[in-house]
Ligand binder design. Structure first.
Ligand code: ADP
Ligand code: GLC
Length: 484
């Protein structure tokens, strides 16, 4: 089967979060199962910097807008682990400092950037190979599903091609003013509450949920959560309405990239059988954060995260004055919303011997934190899947998480010699502190702690199983659409 992946991020080319990991590592797993995959990625400035001279496959693809046209050059990114990658070069849309915006807000023309992207996916596929199924991801590619059933409705070939939409995060929906409808070349008939309209605005994710042939999200627990008011972000009724077509498939992990026995970013290799290298990684991590004189018995708490409300930094900030009284240091890597960047910088300033923060995106430091920390913190408000807790397990870095979404599906609380981590339930900072303190108490008991590390390191979240689950979904929608 030929699958076209449409997404705004993909490792190793462009990444702000876990979406990129999934889009870069699920397709190779599908290839290993015998399928053909093509992935289309915007030629962002950061991509162009790393890959400046790519062969041109299509010189000038015309993408019409109501009173003007834009032009896209399609570049050949070659085969990446068997996956054919193409880039869309349109400098006025993608040659910018960031993927989506600056710390103070999103680019206002994101509707146009991702409409151009989505139409280019469809148009390029018509030239380079119509797939058996499109797999669109998040609001940025939701227009693939929407356009297929509107602008392209009468296309005799495309009408037989289904589109699966994966929701990696229902908190990001692509909201734009109502007058975006004609700019997107969509008819006003689609601007109704049961389609793209929400509170008098255009909601692209909502449109995708309505028009995609099947929906998936990235854990079983999140698939049920988003059907409730608390987690649905206003889309709970659509998720519930489409529950027969909604599948929860937990993200996989690329252990080629995230495994301490072969990780190329860390100071020393180690495994469950030989943990010695972890001490070296710990020293190297402290050095990377310029912290000296930390005792071996002090627990290192690590955080790697986008700075967004979703991730629970308000709770972390709330408990820090209390937490620093314990024998811990906190090392935090992240970027994102200005508010959290300031908050974390201030806290690091208040507790310089205990808290260090690096405000940047840095893959090497992310790996060093996974390897060199003892405990990894993820107090998320909600977490569709979460990858860092699964990475942490493999690095013997015990996760403390809030039991939501994929965190609930992957982490089990220590109980009678079983369990791989520590969990708390309500969104309550004292429950969070309590969970950290349970972890710290166990950390003092070396044999118990090492047994726990070993259980985590033995967990296997590789892509094989989830990739096969995606294939089942593809087969279902292909069969269904063949009747249309
Ligand atoms: P989300 O997609 O919501 O950000 P995930 O846990 O699924 O959360 O994935 C986050 C991914 O992004 C991980 O691979 C993590 O290592 C990476 N990441 C997040 N922030 C940074 C950062 N500042 N520097 C490097 N990597 C980061
Ligand atoms: C999102 C979610 C995260 C998930 C990632 C990849 O950004 O916040 O939980 O792991 O997408 O699916």
């Amino acid at each position: 089967m030929h699958i076209v992946f449409a997404a705004s991020e993909c490792v190793p080319f462009a990444k702000t979060g876990g979406l990129a990991d999934v889009v870069g590592t699920l397709p190779p797993a599908l290839v290993r199962l015998g399928h053909r995959v093509t992935t289309y990625v915007p030629y962002y400035r950061s991509v162009a910097r790393n890959l400046p001279d790519l062969p041109v496959v299509i010189e000038s693809l015309t993408i019409p807008f109501p009173s003007y046209q834009r032009y896209v050059r399609v570049l050949d990114g070659g085969l990446q682990e068997g996956v054919q990658v193409y880039f869309f070069d349109c400098p006025e849309m993608f040659d910018r400092e960031s993927l989506y915006g600056t710390p103070s807000g999103d680019y206002v023309d994101n509707w146009e950037r991702f409409a151009l992207y989505s139409r280019a996916v469809i148009e390029t596929s018509k030239i380079l190979g119509i797939p058996d199924v499109f797999h669109a991801n998040d609001w940025q590619a939701a227009l693939v599903a929407i356009y297929l059933r509107s602008l392209y409705f009468f296309d005799p070939v495309l009408r037989k091609v289904p589109c699966v939409l994966t929701v990696h995060n229902a908190g990001y929906q692509g909201w734009f003013p109502a007058d975006t409808m004609p700019r997107l070349m969509l008819p006003w008939e689609m601007f109704t509450f049961d389609k793209l309209e929400a509170f008098d605005n255009v909601n692209l994710l909502k449109g995708g949920l309505v028009y995609a042939d099947a929906l998936t999200t990235v854990s079983k627990h999140y698939a049920t959560e988003i059907q409730t008011q608390e987690f649905g972000n206003g889309l709970e009724d659509i998720f519930a309405r489409r529950s027969d077509d909604l599948y929860g498939i937990l993200n996989g992990v690329d252990y080629e990239e995230w495994d301490p026995s072969r990780d190329t970013h860390i100071a020393a290799h180690y495994s469950a059988d030989d943990l010695e290298g972890k001490q070296e990684c710990r020293r190297d991590l402290l050095h990377a954060f310029d912290l000296h004189g930390v005792k071996e018995t002090t627990a290192i708490l690590g955080v790697v995260s986008r700075f967004a409300t979703q991730k629970g930094f308000d709770m972390l900030a709330g408990i820090l004055p209390e937490l620093v009284k314990d024998d811990v240091v906190l090392l935090c890597l992240g970027t994102g919303e200005e508010y959290y960047e300031r908050l974390m910088t201030e806290l690091a300033g208040r507790f310089p011997d205990k808290v260090r923060v690096q405000i940047k995106y840095d893959n090497t430091i992310a790996h060093k934190i996974e390897a060199g920390s003892d405990i990894f913190l993820m107090p998320s408000r909600y977490e569709p899947s979460g990858l860092n807790q699964m990475y942490s397990l493999r690095y013997g870095t015990v996760p403390v998480v809030r039991s939501t979404g994929g965190l609930e599906d992957t982490i089990t609380e220590l109980h009678e010699g079983e369990g791989n981590g520590f969990k708390f339930h309500g969104y309550n900072q004292w429950d969070f502190l309590d969970a950290i303190r349970r972890a710290l108490a166990t950390f003092q008991n070396k044999p118990q702690w090492e047994a726990m590390m070993a259980r985590g390191m033995a967990e296997d979240f590789s892509w094989e199983k989830p990739a096969a689950e995606y294939v089942e979904v593809y087969q279902k929608v292909i069969e269904r659409r063949s009747w249309s």
